[in-house]
Design a binder for this molecule. Structure first.
Ligand SMILES: [Ca+2]
Length: 53
């Protein structure tokens, strides 16, 4: 049971890291508009406001 929880935490952590990495990558590489230069695509900021306070 503890193993399942541990694996779940690790998986969620990795997913969050990929999410942030991809946000920075897509903003830097010019795939998406980033007018306020915070390295997060502006369209993402509207969709995922809670993550980008
Ligand atoms: Ca932005």
């Amino acid at each position: 049971m503890i193993d399942i929880l541990l694996i779940a935490v690790i998986v969620v952590t990795i997913l969050v890291m990929i999410f942030y990495w991809y946000a920075k990558y897509s903003a830097k590489s010019g795939f998406s508009v980033d007018e306020n230069n915070n390295q997060i695509p502006d369209s993402w900021e509207k969709k995922f406001k809670i993550f980008f306070k």
